[in-house]
Design a protein around this ligand. Structure first.
Ligand code: PLP
Length: 481
């Protein structure tokens, strides 16, 4: 399998791609920088064999020691792997090392991307993709449009719900293009202009966008990192006559709160009495860092088909796959599938096959993700306590974010100052309605530990010294996932 992916570059190709001017000094460093830049922006794939040093030296018209020095530098920074007797291969550095960490230096705008709670792809992605490419020709014989999603993937998603304690058939699953699409589809069917839609406060920023786009009347119900108060949720449902409630019972974004079973049952009962449909967003549900296999999905408390569950491959695996799903009764799923024709007709086949293959590696990939998040969470918590001891937060049992009460007055000004010091940060106001929650920032722990340490240093500098002179303007601050 792997050998099918391997390729090599000739000396002439490397010379053309790197295009280092003959007068560059020191030449070896310019050559190494050019190769690094090609790898980082994807023009040079990883695991490609580089030409032998003597061939490249001859083609470039430089000494062999110059090319050796460039290769040594690339190796030291993690961009080349060398194996005795089989040459040098392009690589990416280990993201947990600080030596030359691409997360620190090469976001599109050069800022540390702390405004998005989105982990990098798992190490198994490459193999899952290669297997999916092998699977693809069979699907290529069809027309490629499957509004419900590929049966192989729907089966795996349904089996996973069943394993988590919620018996589910593949017919109850609709594959979507990310859970954002699922949320949009569900809201477009369930909530119309003027309809009251209950959301948690704070809530996921793009859920607010969806409800606003529908012209819904958004009704917030406050929660804290300690979670929901069932009587307040019931009261808000009753008083607002909410048609739809959008809830994240599993590691709520941004608080990380987890709803306990008694509250799940109470909220389900209250929704039944007010005839409210609950849209449950389980985008973070698989990431229970401390609780083992934990708790049954919220829809296990559904007695009359009033819950629509949204799931995603983005946090367990990778957001770049853009695969999510909806789980509901079969009749509703069919109606939603018809509706998606107006938006995207169907999800991409290759990405669905990749996610099906990742489901086959669920245990291994989930363990890797949990390990990484635990390490990042520990580092972030320690760095915040040391550098910003007045900031308050609870450490959530799962998910990927800390909801932090800061001591700076305005979260927006703090985020602007942080941006000038190289960190994009999410102000609490993104997660609230009508400008509320200025006292908070959301700090995700989805980046590698050294990057989080550096980010906290920069945020502390922003807090202590304000914006950096000549720093980046605030227009870098657009809301993210
Ligand atoms: C709670 C929640 N819902 C939905 C999404 C959207 O995820 P995606 O469309 O990548 O599946 C996110 C992304 O961060 C999220 O945190």
């Amino acid at each position: 399998m792997k050998s099918g992916l391997m390729r090599y570059l000739s000396a002439a190709q490397v010379a053309r791609l790197t295009a280092v001017p003959a007068e560059a000094r020191p030449y070896y460093r310019a050559l190494a920088d050019a190769v690094r830049a090609l790898i980082l922006d994807g023009r040079l794939p990883v695991r490609v064999r580089m030409p032998a040093e003597r061939h490249l030296a001859a083609t470039l018209g430089v000494s062999r020691t110059t090319v050796t020095a460039a290769y040594d530098l690339l190796r030291e920074r993690g961009y080349l792997d060398s194996r005795q007797g089989s040459g040098s291969w392009t690589a990416l550095p280990d993201p947990s090392s600080t030596a030359d960490n691409p997360w620190l230096a090469t976001g599109q705008d050069g800022l540390i991307q702390l405004h998005a709670a989105a982990p990098p792809a798992p190490s198994a992605l490459r193999e899952a993709m290669a297997e999916a490419v092998e699977d693809l020709p069979r699907y290529g014989m069809g027309n490629g449009y499957d509004p419900m999603g590929l049966p192989v993937l729907r089966e795996r998603i349904a089996a996973r719900y069943t394993a988590r304690g919620l018996a589910t058939l593949p017919d109850q699953i609709l594959v979507t293009t990310g859970s954002q699409h699922a949320l949009h589809l569900a809201m477009s069917l369930l909530a119309g202009p003027g309809d009251p839609v209950l959301v948690e406060s704070p809530t996921y920023t793009h859920a607010i966008d969806v409800a606003r786009q529908r012209g819904a009347r958004i009704v917030p119900v406050g929660i804290s990192h300690e979670g929901w108060q069932a009587d307040l949720v019931a009261c808000a449902l009753r008083q607002s006559a909410a048609r739809v409630a959008y809830l994240m019972p599993d590691f709520q974004n941004p608080t990380g709160a987890l709803m306990d079973d008694a509250t799940r049952a109470a909220v389900a009962g209250a929704a039944r009495r007010t005839d409210t449909t609950i849209v449950i967003d389980e985008t973070w549900a698989e990431l229970d860092l401390d609780g083992g296999d934990g708790h049954a999905p919220m829809a296990a408390f559904d007695t009359d088909n009033r819950m629509v569950t949204i799931g995603s491959a983005s946090k367990l695996w990778w957001g770049g796959l853009r695969i999510g799903w909806l789980r509901a009764g079969t009749a509703l799923i069919r109606r939603l599938a018809v509706r998606r024709a107006a938006v995207d007709i169907a999800s991409p086949v290759l990405e669905q096959l990749v996610v099906a293959r990742l489901f086959d590696r669920l245990e291994e990939t989930r363990a890797e993700r949990l390990r990484g998040l635990r390490a990042s969470r520990a580092t972030l918590v320690a760095a915040l306590r040391e550098r910003l001891p007045a900031w308050q937060f609870a450490v959530p049992r799962g998910g990927g974010t800390l909801w932090v009460r800061h001591d700076c007055g305005s979260a927006v000004s703090l985020c602007e100052a942080a941006a000038t010091r190289g960190v994009r940060l999410a102000a609490g106001t993104w997660f609230g309605l009508e400008g509320t929650l200025e006292g908070y920032v959301r700090v995700p722990y989805t980046l590698p530990p050294p990057v989080l340490e550096e980010a906290v240093e920069r945020i502390a500098a922003a807090r202590e010294q304000g914006p950096a002179a000549g720093g980046r303007p605030a227009d870098a601050l657009v809301p993210m996932v």
